[in-house]
Design a protein around this ligand. Structure first.
Ligand code: FES
Length: 554
């Protein structure tokens, strides 16, 4: 009576307590997270579907992580969202949960939470914005900003033009409409089988987004009735599918760190090298920015992710289970493609096999680093140059416009202390702009190396996620300006050409930077965060605890 009486303060009739499934709708809505600001409305559609199917929907907030405003980086809080949502899902009397996400970290954070609880769960991402339009051309969120920033530095664009362009990019509700991290992670959720077919690509303002959300409300009740849990869907085969789909869509390198973290919650064996091995024979089929030309709205009209997954054929585990309770193969077997300039056929792809994420190793990255080949400059994939080293992004920005900066087109720019512990939170700072001096000479790309991440909307020959990071004493901390570095992507190596004895001497003289915080979440995070090559989860959050309250059920 106690529980029911308080719930009836919301005006529910007594029938809702007749034993029907209680479905939580975890929404990451917030006005501070513009990409997720419409999720309230999406939740209303989900509720319709839950009621239709005989469930009892209850919406609740989970931490909204907006990529554009949060300092120092939204990634610092991905694990906090995962921890908060996990506890909310477990502590409340829910039978299943629908996860509403949008901006980059909200999708992996909620999937990590659902994986650790193990109740039936289904994701509905909020969808991309409509295409940006500026001076008669399409402009992609993020991708255009990097270009305009360089154009401004190089004097090709005025401040006034930039201010006008700013208002032309984000034209509607929704997340970034390039194949950035949000679109990538929405696609990963669909490829994993955790959201309904086409969910990743309906624009945020398209009626079919809301139709799909209503359908999702029906489906979660079906998953509860049949006790289908995230562990039944997110199997090793599902992760292999997701990795291959990520290669085919030219997806963000951030998918690497997020998929590793989600797999870690489920106990699915997945390693950094799997991303290279599984992607090598997958061509890029999708011609979307930042690797290509089009935007998510075009991708939707061309057939969306089901068209890509159908095209991949036997490269995917077609019998993998999805939230529809049908297999991947059944879901996509008749998926049409309406535009072959957006989604290319497997036989004549947009970019050849092996142009996806490469995993590099060597004395500069003993535990690995990644590079997105499709966003890099081909001639730089085999490169040797002298290092120009900065201990922070800010230190680089202080001199980036200096016309006397000692750089040339062969320089290898090293930006370090930007890893999970170092920054802290492993921000998206690796794709710093090319120095103004070189931009004015017409150089658009140089090799950059960083222990941080790169925005999924960015491009360039950028070595990312170097592990161990500099702040953890990784060899990146030992590089000095003027050292020779060689990058050989075909051979998958990254080498600091300094003798071992010299590196040992430098290591002996190295001291760790002071901790970033002495209390609170940042302290907890820096004490427990893992390295990028294992997903940068907190050590005590890896794994699952089940849905029972007050004890570990596993
Ligand atoms: Fe939210 Fe790009 S800023 S998805």
């Amino acid at each position: 009576m106690n529980h029911r009486a308080w719930m009836r303060s919301q005006g529910f009739t007594s029938e809702v307590f007749d034993g029907r499934p209680v479905i939580g709708i975890a929404t990451t809505w917030s006005e501070l997270a513009p990409c997720n600001v419409h999720l309230h409305r999406v939740a209303e559609s989900v509720k319709r579907g839950v009621w239709q199917a005989g469930g009892f929907p209850l919406e609740f907030p989970a931490m909204a992580l907006g990529e554009t405003l949060l300092r120092p980086t939204a990634m610092l809080y991905r694990n906090l969202l995962a921890m908060e949502a996990e506890e909310l899902i477990r502590a409340n009397p829910l039978d299943g949960v629908v996860l509403l996400s949008g901006c980059d970290k909200t999708t992996p954070g909620l999937l990590m939470a659902a994986a650790s609880v193990g109740l039936p769960a289904l994701m509905v991402t909020g969808g991309p914005m409509l295409s940006g339009k500026y001076q008669g051309t399409d402009v992609g969120s993020g991708t255009a900003v990097w270009r305009w920033e360089e154009d401004l530095l190089a004097g090709r664009m005025t401040q006034e033009e930039c201010a006008f362009a700013e208002g032309c990019m984000a034209r509607s509700n929704g997340h970034c409409m390039t194949m950035g991290t949000a679109s990538t992670m929405a696609s990963m959720a669909e490829a994993l089988g955790m959201q309904l077919p086409y969910s990743a690509s309906w624009p945020a303002v398209d009626a079919r987004r809301y139709e799909t959300a209503q359908r999702a409300g029906q489906v979660i009740v079906d998953l509860v009735d049949n006790d289908v849990t995230p562990a039944d869907i997110m199997t090793r085969e599902a992760f292999e599918n997701a990795i291959r789909v990520n290669a085919a869509i030219g997806g963000s390198t951030n998918a690497v760190v997020h998929l590793l973290a989600i797999a870690g919650r489920l106990g699915v064996p997945l390693a950094l090298d799997d991303f290279d091995a599984l992607a090598r024979d997958v061509p890029t089929l999708v011609n979307l920015q930042p690797s290509g030309k089009y935007l998510m709205e075009d991708f939707c009209y061309a057939g969306g992710l089901p068209a890509v997954m159908r095209e991949l054929g036997d490269l995917l585990h077609r019998d993998a289970l999805t939230v529809t309770r049908a297999s991947v193969g059944e879901n996509v077997k008749d998926a049409p493609c309406w535009n072959r300039d957006v989604i290319f056929p497997l036989e004549s792809p947009f970019q050849p096999a092996g142009s996806g994420t490469a995993v590099l190793r060597g004395n500069l990255a003993p535990d690995g680093a990644v590079l997105k080949q499709s966003a890099a400059t081909a001639r730089l994939l085999k490169h040797r140059g002298r290092a120009l080293v900065f201990d922070s992004q800010e230190a680089y920005y202080e001199v980036a416009a200096d016309p006397e900066l000692d750089v040339d087109e062969d320089t290898v720019l090293v930006i370090r202390y930007c890893g999970p512990k170092g920054y802290p939170g492993m921000p998206e700072v690796a794709n710093v702009p090319v120095p103004a001096k070189l931009l004015k000479q017409g150089v658009r790309d140089i090799v950059r190396i960083c222990d941080g991440r790169m925005s999924g909307t960015a491009y360039g020959t950028v070595v990312l996620h170097v592990a161990p990071e500099a702040a953890a004493g990784g060899p990146l901390a030992l590089v000095r300006t003027g050292d020779w570095i060689s990058l050989d992507v075909p051979a998958r190596t990254l080498t600091l050409q300094v003798p071992d004895e010299e590196l040992a001497a430098r290591h002996a003289a190295w001291t760790a930077p002071p901790p970033a915080a002495s209390r609170g979440w940042t302290w907890l995070y820096t004490q427990h965060v893992g390295q990028a090559n294992t997903g940068a989860d907190l050590d005590f959050l890896v794994g699952a605890s089940g849905s029972a309250v007050g004890r570990d059920s596993h």
